[in-house]
Every structure is written in structure tokens, then in C-alpha cells.
Design a protein around this ligand. Structure first.
Ligand code: FAD
Length: 241
């Protein structure tokens, strides 16, 4: 197979890139290690910043988000008992939209067939070759059969643990990261959110985020020690904190 851009990973980045390339007349093939159902079932983001919303609009995949997403014009900051509200619309004329990453992914997946772009799900053993030449290629196996994808460019959209990052030679790779000495414990709960808007709170017990996915589903995060395991946190302990 041959294409202009080989995209590794069919998460939101890979799918969005595929869509934007298509709109600019650039052919692409996406190779994804997991099945489409698996990718869709991965619960992650829910708060879409203004630039993300604009990206989805540009990609022509924003219609359902605008219909079903919840628009927030501000956010609450809480310092122990002191409330400070930041009014995004008043300050910068922008807002954020609460719309699940699974839904973003679904919309981008649904938009892809119209582009004629190929997505190969369950592509195993993806490997990048000759990446420092003008004729790179990617190899992979699908249903036990070996394949080769020739291309002009490879876009590594397969996340921190993906194969693309590992393929960059150590003397060329530059990492920019900030490592925080604590962990995040996230909980998705079928309960109405505690507030109409998101709350970012600094508390003596640590940092807390009260986020949400809809008017009936909440997403909460607690700052926890890095060594903590999920099993250390019973429902009771979580809600008490
Ligand atoms: C708990 C949590 C909450 C978050 N909340 C928010 C939020 O509210 N707002 C926000 O903006 N962001 C949030 N984020 C961040 C957001 O989820 C990520 O930025 C987003 O998933 C990145 O998308 P991506 O497509 O780059 O990577 P991913 O979604 O990780 O997709 C990478 C894809 O590459 C595939 N892949 C990996 N290795 C290979 C391989 N070797 N071969 C082929 N395919 C491979 C994976 O299966 C995956 O489908 C959150 C993240 C987490 C974990």
C-alpha cells in the first residue's frame, strides 16, 4: 500500500489529523493497534478547550458536539473556603465545552469514510523504517499477514507509550516534560455534578477537580500519593475526601 502520510494511532489526534489532511487534499492511512470498539470505550477527556473546539469545527466534525455538548462560560477556583469565579467569556470572549472524548472519537470515526481514508484497526507489530529519508515506510501485521505501507511522511499520533516516540534516535529526540510528585485518582460517577460549573480546588488534603460529562454524570479527580493503588481507595474513602 502507498499513501502520502502514514498516521500511527487512531485516537483523537490521529483521526483529527487524517480529517484535516484530507480537507487539504492530502491522502493518508491510519494504523491503529486496537479495535475501533476498544478505542471508543476508552474513557478519558471531557473538557474541550476553545482551540480543540475550533479544530473539530475545521475538521467538519463539530455538529453533534454543538448540539449535545455543555457550554461553560467560566470556572470556579476554590482556595479552602474562598471562591473565585473566572468569567472566560467576559475576560477573553471564549468558553469551554464539556463533551466526552469517546464522543469526539466517534464523530471523527463517523466522518472518516466520506474522506475515503483507510483506517486499519488491530494492526500489530507496527514498525517505522527509514524515517530519516525521503522514502520512509511502515510495516505491520494484520490477521497474521505482513504488510508494508510506503509514504512521504509518518505522523506519530500513538501517544507517549507508542512505537513512534521509541523510533526517534536518542541523539535527535528532545523531550519537554514536567514531572509532578503526585498522582491523580479519577472517578466517573452517575450522579449530578456538585456545581453548574467546573471547580478547581486547593484544599489542605491536596488538589481536587470537580468536572463533569453531562448534567447526570460527574467526573472527579483527587490528588493522591504516587504510590497509592486504586484498591487503597474505597468508594467511602473517596467521597469522604
Ligand atoms: C484520565 C484522563 C483525563 C483527561 N481529561 C482531559 C480533559 O478533560 N481535556 C483534555 O483536553 N484532555 C484530557 N486528557 C488528555 C487527553 O485524553 C489526551 O490528550 C488525548 O487522549 C490524546 O489523544 P491522542 O490521539 O494523542 O492519544 P491517544 O488517545 O492515547 O491515542 C493514541 C492511539 O494510538 C494507539 N497506539 C498506541 N501504540 C500504538 C502502536 N504501537 N501502533 C499503533 N497504534 C498505537 C492507541 O491504541 C491509541 O488509540 C485526559 C487524559 C486522561 C488519561
Amino acid at each position: 500500500m502507498k499513501t502520502q502520510v502514514a498516521i500511527i494511532g487512531a485516537g483523537p489526534s490521529g483521526l483529527l489529523l487524517g480529517q484535516l489532511l484530507y480537507q487539504n487534499g492530502i491522502g493518508n492511512v491510519i494504523l491503529e493497534r486496537k479495535s475501533g470498539e476498544y478505542v471508543l470505550s476508552r474513557i478519558r477527556a471531557g473538557v474541550l478547550e476553545h482551540t480543540t473546539v475550533q479544530g473539530l469545527e475545521k475538521a467538519g466534525a463539530a455538529e453533534r458536539m454543538h448540539k449535545e455538548g455543555l457550554v461553560y462560560t467560566g470556572v470556579e477556583l476554590l482556595f479552602n473556603d474562598q471562591h473565585v469565579r473566572i468569567d472566560f467569556e467576559k475576560e477573553v470572549g471564549k468558553n469551554v465545552v464539556v463533551y466526552g472524548q469517546t464522543e469526539v472519537t466517534r464523530d471523527l470515526m463517523d466522518a472518516r469514510p466520506a474522506t475515503g481514508g483507510v483506517t486499519v484497526y488491530e494492526a500489530d507489530n507496527v514498525a517505522l523504517h527509514d524515517i530519516d529519508t525521503a522514502a520512509p515506510y511502515v510495516t505491520y501485521t494484520k490477521d497474521g499477514e505482513a504488510h508494508r505501507l510506503d509514504c512521504g511522511f509518518i505522523a506519530g499520533c500513538d501517544g507517549f507509550h507508542g512505537v513512534s516516540r521509541q523510533s526517534i534516535p536518542a541523539d535527535v529526540l528532545k523531550s519537554y516534560e514536567r514531572v509532578y510528585p503526585f498522582g491523580w485518582l479519577g472517578l466517573l460517577s452517575d450522579t449530578p455534578p456538585v456545581s453548574d460549573e467546573l471547580i478547581y480546588a486547593k484544599h489542605d488534603n491536596g488538589f481536587v477537580l470537580c468536572s463533569q460529562r453531562s448534567t447526570t454524570r460527574s467526573r472527579y479527580y483527587l490528588q493522591v500519593p504516587l504510590a497509592d493503588k486504586v484498591e487503597d481507595w474505597s468508594d467511602e474513602r473517596f467521597w469522604q475526601n
